[in-house]
Design a protein around this ligand. Structure first.
Ligand code: PMT
Length: 406
């Protein structure tokens, strides 16, 4: 596979293995990629800026500001289709895992919206040190891709684990990665996310604790797999990836109206929103004043957007719902799968401390008409990546729930 048109940002840190970045840069450019390079200041002791800028055909960046002008780390991280840090030293790894930001490479890392891949390189004792494992597993849990190290001769003269992956193998990894990214090319995905706010009067509403993160991450993951994504997003201040078309709504009825308008044009619908099942029957036009009497709000049912989509879906459309349960989780989720004619229900339980509303992590089980699969706890970013891939590869006939299809 060629890397033609791919924008690849390479980060170089201070390690003897930086000599391999020269060949990596050459191979990336040869494969058709546009390459830009950032070095940490200490990396300049290990590899020449002149060599890397000549091979990448772009100036190498290492300072946050030069000659009175500021280097735009935010735009570099947004420009790239992937950011590969190779070699990754122990020092930069520790800074990445703790959010330190004392150079251009780290500032770019902290603001990057593209996928991030790291190729560690260190001596065996450092590789096996408990802080290295802890830092790498932190990065992995937060969706960063960790390339394997090899065993062999090390800079110390010892033999053991810690050699950076060879440039040819990194190229193969990147090609596979972009190959996988094409899984949803040509597909349109409609996603709902966040809470809904059901107004009581101009200043009060009934809502819930959804932050929107789960759905926003799924939108990002589907878009990275090449899909055209429309995100119908309830009230939240969380940022959304640039490539996702976002339609902001407040109430369940607004969310439903947008979904009705867009569902027919989409191949896949993924409903992660925590939609209010009820809304106040009457919304006061002025702020309700308190007095000494009790106050009752009469509630009426909101439309069930997932059930509507399940009932509408054509044979070539996939409908995925979420279920947030507090008891009899699997049985309740299976009932939702059936009642709402979904092809897949992603179950999360409020009984799991690492799952649900407002958390960075989630723990989900995938419920299809034929199967229940439990996934381990992971960051919502990683779960979104895995879920987008799972949905893209869902064998259409085996799993598809046609029980109530039109
Ligand atoms: O936003 P976060 O803070 O990241 O939290 C993520 C989450 C916990 C909100 C998410 O993982 C989740 O579980 N979303 C579904 C929450 C929910 O409302 O579950 P439910 O069991 O009540 O609804 C079942 C399904 O029907 C959901 O797909 C829901 O979007 C859909 N539904 C529900 C009611 C309704 N009126 N319309 C719907 O479409």
């Amino acid at each position: 596979m060629s890397l033609s048109g791919k924008k690849i940002l390479v980060g170089v840190t201070a390690s003897i293995a930086a000599y391999k970045t020269i060949l990596l840069t050459r191979l990336l450019v040869k494969a058709g990629a546009e390459v830009k390079i950032i070095m940490t200041p200490a990396a300049e002791n290990f590899v020449s800026r002149l060599v890397l800028s000549t091979l990448s055909k772009n100036p190498v960046v290492s300072a946050l500001a030069t000659d009175g002008s500021w280097s735009n780390h935010v735009m570099l991280g947004r420009w790239a289709d992937v950011f590969i840090v190779a070699p990754l030293s122990c020092n930069t790894l520790a800074k990445m895992a703790t959010g330190l930001c004392d150079n251009m490479l780290l500032a770019t890392y902290l603001s990057a919206t593209c996928p991030i891949v790291v190729a560690p390189a260190m001596d065996e004792d450092m590789w096996y040190h408990e802080t290295t494992s802890k830092n790498l597993s932190f990065l992995s849990r937060h969706g960063k891709h960790i390339l394997k190290v090899a065993s062999g001769e090390l800079a110390s003269g010892l033999n053991g684990m810690g050699r950076m992956m060879e440039p040819e193998d990194i190229i193969s990894w990147v090609e596979t990665f972009f190959g996988q990214q094409l899984l949803l090319v040509g597909k349109k995905v409609l996603i709902t996310a966040g809470p809904t706010y059901e107004p009581i009067d101009p200043v009060r509403f009934i809502g819930n604790h959804s932050s929107g993160l789960m759905g926003i991450e799924i939108a990002r993951a589907c878009s990275q797999l090449g899909a055209q994504v429309t995100l119908v997003l309830g009230p939240t201040s969380l940022p959304v990836s640039d490539n996702v078309v976002t339609i902001k709504v407040n109430t369940a009825e607004e969310m439903f109206a947008v979904c009705q308008q867009h569902f027919g044009a989409n191949d896949i619908a993924i409903m992660t929103a925590a939609v209010a099942d009820y809304r106040p029957e009457n919304v006061a036009s002025e702020k309700i004043k308190k007095d000494d009497s009790e106050f009752t709000i009469r509630m009426v049912r909101n439309p069930d957007i997932l059930a509507w989509a399940g009932a509408q879906k054509r044979a070539n459309q996939l409908v995925v719902g979420f279920a947030l349960e507090t008891e009899n989780e699997v049985a309740n989720a299976k009932a939702k799968l059936d009642k709402k004619s979904a092809d897949l229900i992603v179950l999360n339980s409020l009984r799991d401390v690492e799952a649900g509303f407002g958390k960075q992590t989630n723990k989900v089980s995938l419920i299809t008409p034929s199967n229940v699969v439990e996934w381990p706890t992971n960051s919502k970013a990683v779960i979104a990546d895995q879920l987008a891939k799972y949905i893209a590869e869902m064998p259409s006939k085996e799993h598809v729930n046609t029980a109530h299809s039109a």
